[in-house]
Design a protein around this ligand. Structure first.
Ligand SMILES: *Cc1c(COP(=O)(O)O)cnc(C)c1O
Length: 375
């Protein structure tokens, strides 16, 4: 089945009790036992398993083409569970341009319990190869990366990981399975912040891990999910599954709009650079064109005149909301260096646009009037 069809049907079921087409939300924390002590309907206690969470897990496993999926309380909790499944002493290779919350987790928390982490330029396979150590167990990929939109060749990095006996896990939040399917390219697992495009309406926080195969590592991760307890609640599971049904069509619109905004910015005299992978001048354009079906809904750009000028532009937009996050119908503008805080390597003149579902010409007009003030 094709992605659009899977998105509508995978995981959803007609309610056996009432025939309801939209799945009910099973808020119950606990489920009845039979007289003989068994659980004939398969559910015991919601931390261990819940119909809404299972439906979402089934749908994301189908969309990513994986054997198992686990839904967590946030994208961060999902990423955290992957680190928790590693044995102390293991070495992790992570990209230099990495979502800042995960960079912090890798640096501050993972190292405190005995993992070692090195940060490398994942767009440079020879740098990755020379950073691999005998104890390397995980290579973490994020492509496109946030916020610099760097592109990593997933197939190439996965092959390096496997030669070293390590897993390759890809944060697929920016692309979603609609634009990019890392498991088919050789990755062993995918992590999502479902808070973004999957949920798609800026109203639910969640995270997903999808693993290609049912391995001992997958069983350990399932144990971390259900015993560790950072599970996705039923209501959020329901909201995110509902978001998935329209994901293919929303992604198409986000990407088409983003492409038009990026092309507009690239020729604007107040703009210094537009690192959008859909533009032919982007260093990762060829790899992105090969491994993605479209180039994503985030557009970063650097304005002439430094941080001061960037703040002025963010202050002057009327349609773009000044807020963090992305993936909802509304467009956001954000000065990343100031939200990432000290230690951020994001340029001070960079603004990140989360392109929403408005008409692209309205977005372009808004940016044009905000940028004109700099000329
Ligand atoms: C937002 C984000 C996360 C973290 O997800 P939360 O749901 O906010 O915990 C991880 N990776 C990427 C690429 C993100 O954009």
């Amino acid at each position: 089945m094709r992605l659009e069809t899977l998105a509508v049907h995978a995981g959803s079921r007609i309610d056996p009790a009432t025939g309801a087409v939209a799945m009910p939300i099973y808020l119950s924390t606990t489920f009845e036992r039979a007289a003989d002590g068994s659980y004939p309907r398969g559910y015991i206690y919601t931390r261990l398993g819940n119909p809404n969470r299972e439906a979402l897990e089934e749908a994301t496993a189908a969309l990513e083409g994986g054997a198992v999926a686990m839904a967590f309380a946030s994208g961060s909790a999902a990423a955290f569970a992957v680190l928790q499944a590693l044995i102390p002493g293991a070495h992790v290779l992570a990209p230099k341009d990495l979502y800042h919350g995960l960079a912090r987790m890798f640096r501050e928390i993972a190292t405190a319990w005995g993992l070692s982490v090195s940060f490398v330029d994942m767009a440079d396979p020879s740098a990755v190869e020379s950073a691999i150590r005998p104890e390397t167990r995980l290579i973490w990929v994020e492509t496109p990366s946030n916020p610099m939109l760097r592109i990593t060749d997933i197939a190439q990095i996965a092959a390096l990981a496997h030669r070293a006996g390590a897993f390759c896990i890809c944060d697929n939040t920016l692309a979603t399975p609609i634009l990019q399917r890392p498991l088919a390219l050789g990755a062993d697992g995918v992590v999502h912040s479902a808070t973004k495009y999957m949920g798609g309406h800026s109203d639910a926080i969640g995270g997903i891990v999808v693993l290609k195969e049912e391995t001992p590592f997958a069983r350990r991760m399932r144990e971390i999910q259900t015993t560790g307890g950072a599970i996705l609640p039923p209501f959020e599971s329901w909201l995110i599954l509902r978001g998935l049904q329209t994901l293919p069509y929303r992604m198409r619109a986000h990407c088409e709009n983003a492409m038009r905004v990026a092309a507009f910015l690239a020729q604007h005299p107040a703009v210094e650079a537009v690192p959008y992978p859909g533009l032919p001048g982007h260093p990762g354009h060829a790899v992105a064109a090969r491994q993605m079906s479209m180039f994503g809904g985030l557009v970063s750009f650097q304005v002439r005149g430094g941080q001061e000028a960037a703040f002025q532009v963010a202050e002057r937009t009327r349609l773009f909301i000044r807020a963090t996050s992305f993936g909802g119908p509304e467009s956001f503008i954000e000065h990343r260096a100031s939200i990432e805080g000290p230690g951020s390597s994001t340029p001070g003149n960079l603004l990140r646009l989360a392109i929403g579902l408005e008409h692209p010409e309205d977005l372009i007009e808004d940016l044009d009037q905000a940028l004109r003030a700099l000329l």
